[in-house]
Every structure is written in structure tokens, then in C-alpha cells.
Write a protein that binds this ligand. Structure first.
Ligand code: URP
Ligand code: ZN
Ligand code: ZN
Length: 472
């Protein structure tokens, strides 16, 4: 059925204006004033913004890690994402040495199909640069529409790949039109520091941060940037947490390297002191890279404002405190790394960023949606409000106040990393391809309604189908 959203203020990465939006067959067919509402369901968005559905370029749902499996799967994770205004996620498909890539991709399709309530795509992990793996990549791009490859430079003996693998992946990315992503920390140095700390009897959560110093992140970021320049390829650095890494990205960008950077809400509002919370509570705040000294937050905000960093990912990787984080009760290196962020990513950025004057409203849209769509082959089908685009729209109340809490969140975990933080602004209703997933703050979507997205190549825009013209 046709829908017309009236009285809202449309915000894109470039413009803010009042207009009605007409939706038919899942796409936006008209944008204008006083659009005909005949035969349409009319949605009054008075006093609210209309944002393009947010895109989370960094999630780990139903992922085995740290001796356990993330608590949120494709159903609970995407429901929580939708409550937070996210209508597309790109999740990391893990692979294993010696196993065909396609079998890992099939595993990820099985995890997501019939469960996702919003649209989703996959990034593909590259653990080894063997001939078998490299020869499979063209098919991965062409058949699966997976146009981003992920290399971990840390997690020794688990996910970590060597520099040869990273370099070969960069060369393949250039040839195939795929964006290479890195978790940039020096895994070898960290492994040494972790063993040393444990041998000295230092087992508490704070040692997670103390054994992963910012220099290890800065060094790996700089190394990855140098290899990208050498390969004349393109690179996206995930979860940038500190000044050292942001500086390396700024330096490489100023030298013309095609490098992009993402940070996450946790690095913008939480800091290293959280790992010192008593009664093992610090384990709730164990991420890699770790939370940093507070002064880094201003550096990250400035990097977002100035364009050194361009996206915000959640790095959703949730574990219960009780029973999962507690696996590391006597050994910080056994605490599963990661946290529940998917639901609050957009709210935190709006409240702490826009409301506090750190970024503009249009920058907020770019950071949470548009830029990710452009980098990951989804634009302009996703990432903007325009005629012909998918009707992924967030009706957002910019004035409502709420306190974030595990008592009210929709993620499957038993704590919220932002517990007690007051935010201004919240999605009221969320549409995915023209259908409500969230309506007046209630979930009305359906497991399995989310579609798998075959994405375009790096640097290419999707050509939209022709629809009826703009009426003004
Ligand atoms: O601690 C984190 N970031 N967990 C998720 C896995 C990763 O490194 O992105
Ligand atoms: Zn990572
Ligand atoms: Zn991650």
C-alpha cells in the first residue's frame, strides 16, 4: 500500500528541508510539498526528523569468539538495531584456514536467513593468502556481492593474518574492486605483553588495556597504510580508538593514500577507567582495541568533524556478563572481547555529537548512514532519502530524553555498556523498504523480512530503477 509521510523534516548528508515523502512498492517515489495522499496511509511526522535508515558497517552476530558465541543472533541483534534506527547491517563472515570461502559464506547465510528483520550484507574475513583463497575471491565478488575483505592484524593464533596475507588481499581488493578492512593492532607485541602480565600475576580486566597500548594500534595502522600505498589499493580501518591511529590515518590521507577510518560510540564516551570497576565489572568494558585514556575522545570527535574518520560502526559483539564475560574471572585474556552497542549507536552519536555541537546534523547522517553506503557499494539505494532509493526511513524525535538501560534495551544481553547515560533523541518509527519495523516505539517487523544485499564494487554507485518524477 502507498504511504505518505507528511510534516517531517528530511535530513540527508547534504540538506535539511521540509517535505512529504511518498512510498510505493518499497521505494521512495515522490518527495515534495502537498503530495497527494489519496488512497495512501498517511503518517504524520510533525516535529520529527526523517533520516535515511542508518547503516551499521561493523557487526558480529551469532559469532563464535573467545570460547563462546555472541549472545545476539540475527534476530535479536537486528531487532535491537531497528529500535535504534538502523535498517542495514554489514556483518563479518568468519572463515577458517584450509576451508573453502564459500562454505563459510553458506554458514553465514544459514545464520541470517529467516532471522534478520532488516537488510544485511557480509564482509569476508581473509585469514590466509593461499592460492585457493585468492582464486575464490572473484566469485565471492561476482556471485555473492561481497565487496569488502577483512584482515585481522591481531588476535594471535586465532584470527591474526600475516603481512603477506594483508598485502595479497590489498592487491586482490584493487583488482576486484573490493575495500580491504583491517583490525589494526600489532598482535605479536600484544601477545608478548599479555603473557608477561599474566606471568607477573596481573589477571584483572584493566590489564587488558595495559597490554594493548595505543602504540600497538598506531604502529599497525601505519603499517597497513604503507602496504595500501605500496599496493595502490584501498583500506578501511575499523574501530579506531586513539590519537596514535587517527594521526596515522590523517598522515596517510594527506599523502594521497585511499584510506578510511571508522570509530565506535564506546570510544567516544567511555574510557579506560571503566576497566577498573570493582567486582570484575570492568570485564563489561573489554574491547579490542581497548577503551583509552579520556583525552583521546576529543581527538576522535575532531577527527570525525574534520573528515579524518568518516563512519561510526557499533562493533556489536555482545556477551552476557554472567556466564560469558566471567569466563575471564581469573585471567583477563580469557574475557570475551566485545560489547552490546548496536541499539544505541545512533542515539549516542545524535545526543553526544549533534546536541552537544560537536558535529552538524548533516554530518551525523553522513557518519551513521550515507558514507557507509558509499564505501560499501550500497549508495544511493541505501544511505539517503531520494526518489528511487529504498524507503529505509527513520522518523526521529530530536527532543525526547531517555536514560539508556539494560532494563529497557532490546539486545539479548544482561547489561548495557552505556547504563545510566542520558540521551536526547530517539527513533519513533522505522521503515525498511517501506514497511514498518518499528511503529511508535513498538516492534512490528518480522523475522526473515530482512533481505541479503549483494553489494556493488568499491567506488561504483548503484543505478536506480526509474520511478515517477519528483513533484514539488
Ligand atoms: O573487542 C572487539 N572489538 N570484539 C569484536 C571483534 C573485533 O575485533 O572487532
Ligand atoms: Zn576488531
Ligand atoms: Zn569488530
Amino acid at each position: 500500500m502507498k504511504k505518505v509521510i507528511i510534516n517531517g523534516t528530511i535530513v540527508t548528508a547534504s540538506d535539511t528541508y521540509k517535505a512529504d515523502v511518498c512510498i510505493e512498492n518499497g521505494v521512495i517515489t515522490q518527495i515534495g510539498t502537498s503530495l497527494s495522499t489519496e488512497g495512501a496511509e498517511v503518517i504524520d511526522a510533525k516535529g520529527n526528523y526523517l533520516f535515511p535508515g542508518a547503516i551499521d558497517p561493523h557487526t558480529h552476530l551469532d559469532m563464535p569468539f573467545g570460547g563462546t558465541v555472541t549472545k545476539d543472533d540475527y534476530e535479536t541483534g537486528t531487532i535491537a538495531a531497528a529500535f535504534g534506527g538502523t535498517t542495514t547491517i554489514i556483518d563479518f563472515c568468519l572463515t577458517s584456514k584450509g576451508k573453502p570461502l564459500q562454505s563459510s559464506i553458506d554458514t553465514w547465510h544459514a545464520k541470517s536467513k529467516d532471522k534478520a528483520v532488516i537488510d544485511y550484507g557480509f564482509h569476508l574475513q581473509i585469514v590466509e593468502g593461499s592460492d585457493e583463497v585468492l582464486s575464490e575471491l572473484p566469485k565471492v565478488v561476482e556471485n555473492e556481492g561481497i565487496t569488502s575483505f577483512k584482515v585481522f592484524m591481531a588476535y594471535k593464533n586465532v584470527f591474526q593474518a600475516d603481512d603477506e596475507t594483508l598485502f595479497k588481499t590489498l592487491l586482490a581488493g584493487k583488482e576486484l574492486g573490493a575495500l580491504v578492512m583491517v583490525h589494526a593492532e600489532n598482535g605479536d607485541v600484544i601477545d608478548y605483553l599479555v603473557k608477561k602480565a599474566l606471568a607477573e600475576g596481573n589477571t584483572e580486566p584493566i590489564y587488558h588495556a595495559l597490554t594493548r597500548p595505543p602504540e600497538a594500534e598506531g604502529e599497525a595502522t601505519g603499517r597497513a597504510a604503507t602496504l595500501t600505498a605500496l599496493a595502490e589499493s584501498q583500506l578501511y580501518v575499523v574501530h579506531v580508538s586513539c590519537a596514535e591511529a587517527a594521526r596515522k590515518i590523517a598522515e596517510a590521507r594527506s599523502n594521497g593514500v585511499d584510506i578510511w577510518g571508522e570509530t565506535c560510540p564506546q570510544y567516544l564516551v567511555l574510557d579506560q577507567t571503566y576497566l577498573e570497576k570493582p567486582d570484575f565489572e570492568g570485564a563489561k568494558y573489554v574491547w579490542s582495541p581497548p577503551l583509552r585514556e579520556k583525552w583521546n575522545q576529543e581527538v576522535l570527535w575532531n577527527a570525525l568533524k574534520s573528515g579524518t574518520l568518516q563512519t561510526i560502526g557499533s562493533d556489536q559483539c555482545s556477551f552476557d556478563f554472567d556466564g560469558q564475560k566471567t569466563l575471564g574471572k581469573d585471567d583477563f585474556s580469557a574475557i570475551p572481547n566485545g560489547g552490546p552497542i548496536i541499539e544505541d549507536r545512533v542515539s549516542i552519536l545524535f545526543s553526544e555529537g549533534v546536541k552537544k555541537g560537536r558535529i552538524s546534523l548533516n554530518q551525523f547522517v553522513d557518519l551513521t548512514s550515507t558514507r557507509a553506503a558509499k564505501l560499501f557499494g550500497l549508495y544511493p539505494k541505501k544511505g539517503t532519502i531520494a526518489v528511487g532509493a529504498d524507503a529505509d526511513i527513520v522518523i526521529f524525535d530530536p527532543n525526547v530524553e531517555r536514560v539508556i538501560s539494560a532494563e529497557t534495551h532490546h539486545m539479548a544481553v544482561d547489561y548495557n555498556a552505556f547504563e545510566g547515560i542520558q540521551v536526547i533523541g530517539e527513533p519513533v518509527s522505522v521503515l525498511s523498504r517501506g514497511e514498518f519495523v518499528i511503529l511508535d516505539k513498538q516492534f512490528v517487523g518480522k523475522a526473515g523480512a530482512g533481505q541479503y544485499l549483494k553489494r556493488g564494487k568499491y567506488g561504483e554507485e548503484i543505478v536506480l530503477e526509474e520511478v515517477s518524477s519528483v513533484v514539488s
